[in-house]
Design a protein around this ligand. Structure first.
Ligand code: SAM
Length: 288
């Protein structure tokens, strides 16, 4: 599996095809399991199954990262009334597979237009907190230092100073391009510049419309964007094609087409459906 590709396939299957220790930075935002309507993916699993599935993906990323490689996971607690701290649970799952949690960045979006879910209005009996932010949890594999040539660091002093303040005020992406939850470019630009060198390999295994791939190409990093949806993968290809390298950034190739990788073990995949089918039939079979 070569890099500088947009791949339509299952996150874990594709990651497992990468050479061991070949990726420097993973950046992703997985489905949050809140019933969002993605093309071709059903975002409402049992919580246990959801975590188990993602844990397999974290494990596959761990294998693919170089020692000192980083993983930036964008995640947020879900539901206002029944607060579910999935960022805590997923942080535990990611560290369980071997990563070290090294930083917590607060992405302040201020998305609240008209507030309505106050809970107990003007009473302390049961008020609701409505988060206007998400987290980017940053993990390392092995050593905290990422080896690289200082000449390939492209962050300015001003950017470094500003990004190392972990409170990032960035509005959500307005141009959704038909996707329910794309990253804003600025969030990814900061992560890429702060945590990687020019020429590094960056992977987004839930790549959607290819924000990570487009920013990587613009800043002279190699990329791999994986998504199970053909529709989003085509959007990602179009985006990466129109991403011009910044002045001084090395030219990174663009693929001619989306690469199809069959197979997979994510929820909704054919394999998973077959597994479910077999489980359903099992008591019947045993009775025979
Ligand atoms: C939160 S969105 C990511 C959006 C992306 N950050 C962007 O900027 O467009 C999660 C994505 O995961 C994809 N997805 C769901 N199951 C998948 C799987 N098993 N393998 C790869 N991608 C999957 C969905 O199609 C969806 O686009």
């Amino acid at each position: 599996m070569a890099v500088d590709r947009i791949v339509r396939g299952d996150a874990r299957t594709v990651l497992n095809r990468l050479p061991r220790e070949s990726v420097h930075l993973g950046i992703t935002s997985p489905p949050y399991n809140v019933g969002i309507r993605y093309a071709g993916y059903s975002d409402d699993r049992s919580y246990a199954e959801y975590r188990r599935w993602l844990k397999g993906v974290w494990r596959a990323l761990y294998r693919a990262l170089v020692p000192g490689g980083r993983f930036a996971l964008n995640i947020a607690p879900t539901s206002i009334k029944n607060f579910r701290p999935i960022h805590h649970d997923l942080a535990r799952d990611v560290t369980d597979v071997g990563f070290t949690l090294r930083a917590e960045i607060l992405w302040y979006k201020q998305t609240m237009g008209r507030r309505t879910a106050w809970g107990s209005w003007k009473s302390p009996s049961n008020p609701h907190v409505i988060p206007s932010w998400e987290y980017v949890l940053v993990f390392s594999k092995g050593p905290m230092r990422l080896e690289g040539d200082r000449a390939n660091a492209d962050i300015t002093a001003k950017e470094f100073q500003s990004f190392s303040d972990a409170f990032w005020h960035i509005p959500p992406e307005r141009n959704r391009r038909g996707h329910p939850a794309p990253f804003p470019d600025e969030l990814i630009r900061r992560l890429v510049k702060f945590y990687s060198y020019r020429g590094n390999v960056i992977v987004d295994m839930f790549g959607g419309t290819g924000t990570v791939a487009a920013v990587a190409r613009r800043t002279g990093r190699h990329y791999l964007s994986i998504d199970s949806s053909r529709e989003y993968s085509e959007l990602a290809l179009a985006r990466v094609r129109s991403a011009s390298p910044e002045p001084g950034a090395p030219i990174v190739p663009i693929p001619a087409q989306v690469l199809e990788v069959p197979g997979g073990s994510g929820p909704g995949s054919a394999l998973r459906r077959r597994e479910k089918e077999t489980r359903r039939q099992l008591p019947h079979r045993m009775a025979q």
